[in-house]
Write a protein that binds this ligand. Structure first.
Ligand code: FMN
Length: 326
């Protein structure tokens, strides 16, 4: 399948693995890239820019295919040294960066002058247009269904993707709620040129997380996610657990007076790591998408991507062409 996204990034299949905190290590990124998709390391999962440089080198040993690095600009307790992380990306000869959260405007010159292609992940058409204006090469349009931060507009992909198609000239991938060949074909029908997946890649053999997390996703349906941190305008979609129930209780009690200090103990990155790496499933809130309802197994990345592409071809050639009587 050839699209502007496969051409832009030099990949075989239009499938991207979005950056994921505590998950986007070399094992997963290399497995996705080796399967013909675009694997992405998560910069801020590495404690320092030097650690990121080592992780890039490790990933390069595991794959000779293109891979990228995610740089997330979110409100944080302490601003990370972004220019130094970017320097590690440049020094590691990585040519693709996925940005997310705030606009990457401040860093575009540093990225572009190193010949890096930038795909910005955003949750609204206006942010996508801004990304286009400041020189991003592509965008990842993240619908309300997505794991992590869906923004505050709550527009699902059935509306958001065709709206993006109406406005953008740069290519975009659909993100949020994508799981299989049906997702890919639907996203492309709505104007996208590929798809980005997070939750689906958590439930793969190579994802370097605890098996209990993978099994929990398989066991969950589409009704199990919750939105937290809405009163802080930093909404996050997470899987329901004891910590999330407690956050929801606190937010209901405090309403718009909720502050990060009220819930910090249940949302810190350090605690999220206990869930993802140690399988302590009730320890903290952790990002998970509604797409859990479509995830029923834990394949390898190669099996998953191969299955998605086979299914997508069959849908286009047989199911859709069949409606035309061809
Ligand atoms: N997106 C980021 O840009 N930065 C992150 O650090 C990040 N961490 C994530 C951690 C987890 C456990 C998950 C499931 C998602 C995370 N995301 C992050 C969002 C994904 O990259 C992707 O945009 C999202 O999962 C798409 O929705 P889906 O899960 O329905 O596929």
């Amino acid at each position: 399948m050839k699209t502007r996204i496969t051409e832009l990034f030099g990949i075989e299949h239009p499938i991207i693995q979005g950056g994921m905190h505590w998950v986007g290590y070399a094992e997963l990124a290399a497995a996705v890239s080796n399967a013909g998709g675009l694997g992405i390391l998560t910069a801020l999962t590495q404690p320092t820019p030097e650690d990121l440089a080592r992780e890039i080198a490790r990933c390069r040993e595991m794959t000779d295919k293109p891979f990228g690095v995610n740089l997330t600009f979110l409100p944080s307790f302490k601003e990370p040294p972004y220019p130094e992380y970017i320097q590690a990306i440049i020094d590691g000869s990585v040519k693709i960066v996925e940005t997310a959260g705030r606009s990457p405007e401040k860093y575009m010159e540093q990225l572009k002058s190193a010949g890096i292609k930038v795909i910005h992940k955003c949750t609204s058409v206006r942010h996508a247009l801004k990304a286009q204006r400041i020189g991003c090469d592509a965008v990842s349009v993240d619908g309300f269904e997505c794991a992590g931060h869906p923004g505050e507009d709550d527009i699902p992909n059935f509306i958001l993707l065709p709206r993006a198609a109406e406005e953008l000239t740069i290519p975009f991938v659909a993100s949020g709620g994508m799981a299989d060949g049906r997702s890919l074909v639907a996203a492309m029908a709505l104007g996208a040129e590929g798809m980005n997946m997070g939750t689906r890649f958590l439930a793969t053999r190579e994802a370097p997380i605890h098996d209990r997390v993978k099994q929990t996703i398989v066991d969950s349906d589409e009704l199990q996610t919750r939105l937290i941190m809405r009163p802080l305008r930093n909404t996050e979609r997470v899987l329901r657990n004891r910590a999330v129930d407690e956050i929801i209780r606190i937010e209901a009690e405090k309403g718009s007076d909720t502050t990060i200090d009220d819930i910090r103990h249940l949302v810190t990155g350090a605690k999220g790591k206990l869930v993802l790496h140690e399988g302590r499933m009730d320890e903290a809130a952790w990002s998970c998408g509604m797409v859990a309802g479509l995830i029923h197994d834990v394949p390898s990345c190669d099996e998953l991507i191969d299955r998605i592409m086979t299914e997508a071809h069959a849908i286009i050639r047989e199911r859709l062409a069949g409606f035309l009587g061809e």
